[in-house]
Design a protein around this ligand. Structure first.
Ligand code: R1P
Ligand code: GUN
Length: 298
């Protein structure tokens, strides 16, 4: 059943939240927003002159309830570029409606961001993927959305974007092209893939039959986040770059006794902290030099 849209924040409520943040960050204008996946909060390390604001101080912000999602926005400079890092995202399975899960993306837009980097921990459906591999997302399947539970459901906020947004070039082609170069530069080729991410509701991991179904339809990695945020970001014309860290191998064998677990997920994220920080820093550097596209149609 589709989510209730009651209580959804209006443009003006979100603007008040953005104004509160502006007052607390000396009116700095971040160009890039980064959403950290499970255990990927250390992506915020290396931020120069950081200003950290915990979610409980921010009007209208939900609370982070999942281990590995600490719950603060960090503003500062990364690779010389003004950024805002979201240490701790919200998930549908925490009980939040999808419009609330995604509200920070509209705040990023109101703060002046042009780019969004979305990261996540995911299960590898593609059997070639190993734990610790990076999958750049080239497209997605949004299972909650296909069944009607979409963050853009309800009256359209024209101040943010169009009623019926296109998903063409959802994961920006130029950014993906640059990422391939960065991967070579950092010597990460053997760990790098491009693929399709499926977003499910969670909180349970997939059954073997579900994993097999995802594999049959061409999914490469599965997780419980990212796509709702990407939809809202594209609706308001943020250019998106997204990747998954493969934290566990999908189980497709009915006789397997292996069990994925959140601690295993966090451990895999910790092990890749350094290379992922370098990867993100290089992508941010590129975004810092890039002019956002203002054509209004991509
Ligand atoms: O998508 P992120 O937030 O990285 O977290 C992933 O890891 C958790 C499961 O271990 C789920 O929340 C899943 O979505
Ligand atoms: N749905 C889902 N989310 C994950 N997050 C990390 N690993 C997994 C997984 O195997 N399945």
């Amino acid at each position: 059943m589709a989510d209730s849209i009651e209580g959804r924040y209006s443009y003006y409520q979100l603007k008040e939240t953005a104004d509160y943040l502006k007052e607390n960050i000396n009116c700095m204008v971040p160009k890039v927003a980064i959403i950290c996946g499970s255990g990927l909060g250390p992506l915020a390390e290396g931020i120069e002159n950081p200003i950290e604001i915990t979610y409980d101080r921010i009007p209208c912000f939900p609370k982070s309830t999942v281990i590995g999602h600490s719950g603060s926005l960090v503003f500062g400079c990364l690779s010389g570029v003004p950024v805002v890092v979201m240490k701790g995202r919200f998930h549908f399975y925490e009980g939040y409606p999808v419009w609330k899960v995604t509200m920070p993306c509209r705040i990023f837009k109101l703060l002046g961001c042009s780019f969004l980097i979305v990261t996540n921990a995911a299960g590898g459906v593609n059997q070639r993927f190993k734990v610790g591999d990076i999958m750049m997302i080239k497209d997605h399947v949004f299972l909650l959305g296909l069944s009607g539970n979409n963050p853009l459901r309800g009256p359209n906020e024209d101040m943010f974007g169009r009623r019926v947004p296109s998903m063409t070039n959802c994961y920006d082609m130029d950014l993906r092209k640059h990422a391939r170069k960065v991967v070579k530069q950092l010597g990460l080729e053997k760990k790098f893939h491009e693929g399709v991410y499926a977003s499910v509701g969670g909180p349970n991991y997939e059954s073997v039959a579900e994993m097999r179904m995802l594999s049959t339809v061409g999914i490469d990695a599965v997780g419980m986040s990212t796509v709702p945020e990407v939809l809202v970001a594209r609706h308001c014309d943020l250019a998106v770059f997204a990747f998954s860290l493969i934290t566990n191998e999908g189980i497709l064998d009915y006789n397997s006794t292996k069990k994925p677990g959140h601690l295993e997920v966090l451990k895999a994220a910790k092990a890749m902290e350094g290379p992922l920080q370098d990867f993100v820093k290089e992508m941010v550097k590129f975004m810092g030099c890039k002019k956002p596209c203002n054509c209004g149609c991509c």
